[in-house]
Design a protein. Structure first.
Length: 292
């Protein structure tokens, strides 16, 4: 069976590469150190492939009746999309994919009833370009773009079910001895273009990071509602649904907060968590069942 060797989640705020110099020096240092630690931790586990879940910024998914997820089956990307290069202050990068892994994820998840489709050649913006700046471009990636913006969004319960199914796909359907890193990107609190564009909710962010440390799916479902996320920042904070996917894939393993900076200059709470899977095969747990 394939093995999950690392699980992490992180913010992908465009200012991390685009205008970090606008932050106080101490915030710059904390943000850089946090992302460097994530990159070091990922490389130390020696993954053969990264499976990532991140929101789509209306760049690839349709506005009307979008799928909950779209997995990309391309063998190679060049990113970021041209429009984002100057904004992110990134000259461009190339990274390989794993079409074999992507097709398995799509087929198994689709057969399990999830609203997922597939494409080839999704455009990357800050959702992948900011994390990859620190994680590097040497490990092939299977990007799964997620609808966290256009209603109807997947409910937290659906995200947890998807995360558990994704874990089972890794363990039961992917090539033997494949080493898999799972990442989620998005959040924390922010309201892009809204009335609270230049603020974030640091109290919410710290609460959510503590919630991820506990990684109790029952508590997450009870407390981390769409409404509570929207209250912390409309149109942006629901990106944290992607974190719930990888939390569920960790199968009860606890996480630790790597760093957090609440930054007006970044227009977003910036932080990350790593789950303590320690390279072990995680126990198989039946998915949660939607109840009426």
């Amino acid at each position: 069976m394939a093995k999950i060797v690392s699980i992490m989640a992180m913010a992908h705020a465009p200012g991390v590469t685009g205008w970090l110099e606008n932050c106080p020096v101490e915030d710059q240092a904390a943000i850089k150190a946090g992302y460097v630690e994530l990159g070091d931790a990922m490389r130390a586990t020696k993954p053969d492939v990264i499976i990532g879940v991140a929101n789509d910024h209306l760049l690839n998914l349709p506005l009307i009746d979008p799928p909950d997820w779209r997995v990309d089956c391309a063998a190679h990307w060049c990113g970021p999309a041209e429009f984002f290069k100057s904004w992110l202050k990134q000259p461009g990068y190339e990274i390989d994919g794993r079409p074999d892994v992507a097709n398995v994820i799509h087929d198994v998840a689709s057969n399990a009833g999830f609203k997922i489709d597939k494409g080839e050649g999704l455009l990357f913006d800050d959702n992948w370009s900011v994390p990859l700046w620190y994680l590097g471009y040497d490990v092939p990636i299977v990007p799964i773009h997620m609808n966290c913006v256009s209603p109807p969004m997947p409910a937290p319960l659906t995200c947890i079910n998807f995360g558990r199914t994704l874990r089972d796909i890794v363990q039961n359907d992917l090539p033997k001895d494949l080493r898999v890193g799972l990442i989620a990107t998005g959040g924390l609190s922010h309201e892009p273009g809204g009335a609270r564009y230049f603020t974030m909710d640091s109290t919410f962010d710290q609460w959510f990071l503590d919630l991820m440390e506990e990684s109790d799916p029952d508590r997450v479902l009870k407390e981390a509602t769409i409404e509570r996320m929207e209250d912390a920042g409309g149109g942006g904070t629901t990106e944290l649904l992607a974190w719930m996917v990888v939390m569920a894939a960790a199968s009860g393993a606890k996480s630790r907060k790597v760093f957090y900076v609440g930054s007006d200059e970044m227009r977003c709470g910036i932080g990350a968590s790593i789950w303590n899977v320690d390279g072990l095969s995680l126990p198989k747990t039946p998915p949660l069942i939607e109840t009426s």
